[in-house]
Write a protein that binds this ligand. Structure first.
Ligand code: M6R
Length: 370
């Protein structure tokens, strides 16, 4: 049983694990980034290198948070390596007659390595003759043993039911895997080096965001009675939007709809009024102008907006009600940083509302039934 000593001075495991993220990111990268060659090395994949070189399709599966991280992975593998990639909720994989390539692989993402739906997808993929890979945190877990080869997160035990440090590591590993595949397929060394140099800065960037936890705590006090939120983004940050919505739901018990902000005008915008705030992830990237105009549409309907944008971007402060900042990084790495303020917001809302933060009602750390 865990006690005060394991909490290391933090009031809850969730907060402790949120603050462990700079280290978790370092541990995820340790010994794997090869700056000189602009590539990534994964010990566990070594004997599958030939097969991975001729890979022609990737399917990413997972559930919950692990599942939402593959949204970012899907974009990155296609953008960097040019391999057709699709994501699928793990529970559906075995029950869907999807067209699979024998040269394709299935990558299962799971913190615990015990999620029954994900395990089931791996077994089905094996029946279909696919190569199966895992991105798993718990060594020796069922999924780690079941897959042909795997990549461990190496972020240490995650005790709080709400996943935090494992999730940022899952996104980072998918970006690293995308780079690994891309360098086998013609991405230049210098492009690889640029990406690696940015990855190496992520722990320091995460520290910077954590230093603003006090601001997010105050924000949670302000919004503690809110009963509905939207959590929205585009492209890589649809992943952040869905993950932010899930974190808020499971910890604060507030109803949150997460998704692609472009969908808003096709229906959900009818919900917006002064009591239905939106969190919008809008870094200064290729989707910024589109996100900005969506924020303006929300404001025109009297909706409150909490925007998450890039440091130094003063413009949104004039439009949104509150702005939270993340350091400037490459577009594909932004979810790793954008997850953090939303984890903190979910945590402080849960505390404000008197919830059992580390063990939210009705939830288990690993879901071992289908
Ligand atoms: O252990 P796994 O990563 O396979 O778990 C998958 C989900 O059950 C898990 O991410 C769940 O959504 C968490 N409670 C999210 O915080």
């Amino acid at each position: 049983k865990s006690g005060a000593a394991d909490l290391g001075g933090f009031p809850h495991f969730m907060l402790k694990e949120i603050f462990e993220q700079p280290q978790a990111l370092r541990d995820t990268m340790r010994g794997r980034l090869v700056l000189d060659e602009g590539t990534v090395r994964f010990g566990g994949l070594k004997s599958f290198e030939e097969r991975l070189r001729s890979l022609d399709a990737v399917t990413l599966v997972g559930m919950g948070t692990a599942g939402f991280t593959w949204l970012a992975g899907e974009y990155a593998i296609e953008e960097l390596a040019g391999i057709p990639t699709k994501r699928e909720v793990a529970s559906e994989f075995a029950f869907r007659r999807s067209a699979q390539s024998k040269q394709g692989c299935l990558i299962a993402v799971s913190q615990s390595g015990e999620t029954a739906d994900t395990l089931n997808a791996i077994r089905e993929a094996k029946r279909r003759g696919m190569l199966t890979l895992g991105i798993v945190n718990v060594t020796g877990s069922s999924i780690a043993r079941e897959v042909d080869a795997g990549i461990y997160n190496h972020v240490g035990p995650e005790t709080a039911v709400a996943s935090t440090k494992a999730s940022v590591s899952q996104v980072l590993l998918q970006m690293m895997f995308a780079l690994y595949l891309a360098r086998m397929r013609g991405l230049s060394k210098s492009e690889g080096q640029t990406l690696i140099k940015e990855m190496q800065k992520l722990p320091t960037y995460a520290e910077k965001i954590l230093a603003s936890a006090g601001d997010i705590k105050r924000l949670a006090k302000k919004y503690k009675k809110t009963e509905n939120f939207f959590c929205l983004g585009r492209k890589y940050n649809v992943s952040s939007a869905l993950e932010g919505a899930l974190k808020l739901k499971e910890c604060s018990y507030i109803h949150v709809e997460g998704g692609n902000i472009a969908e808003l005008k096709h229906g959900p915008i009818s919900l917006i009024d002064k009591n239905f705030p939106s969190i919008v992830i809008a870094p200064k990237d290729s989707m910024y102008e589109k996100n900005k105009s969506s924020i303006q549409e929300i404001k025109a309907r009297k909706g409150l907006v909490i925007a998450i944008t890039t440091e130094g971007n003063k413009e949104l402060a004039k439009i949104a009600d509150t702005v939270l900042y993340i350091p400037k990084t490459l577009e594909m790495l932004t979810p790793i940083l954008a997850f953090i303020p939303m984890q903190l917001f979910a945590y402080y809302l849960a505390v404000e509302r008197g919830n059992d933060v580390d063990k939210p009602r009705n939830l288990a750390k690993s879901v071992t039934v289908e």
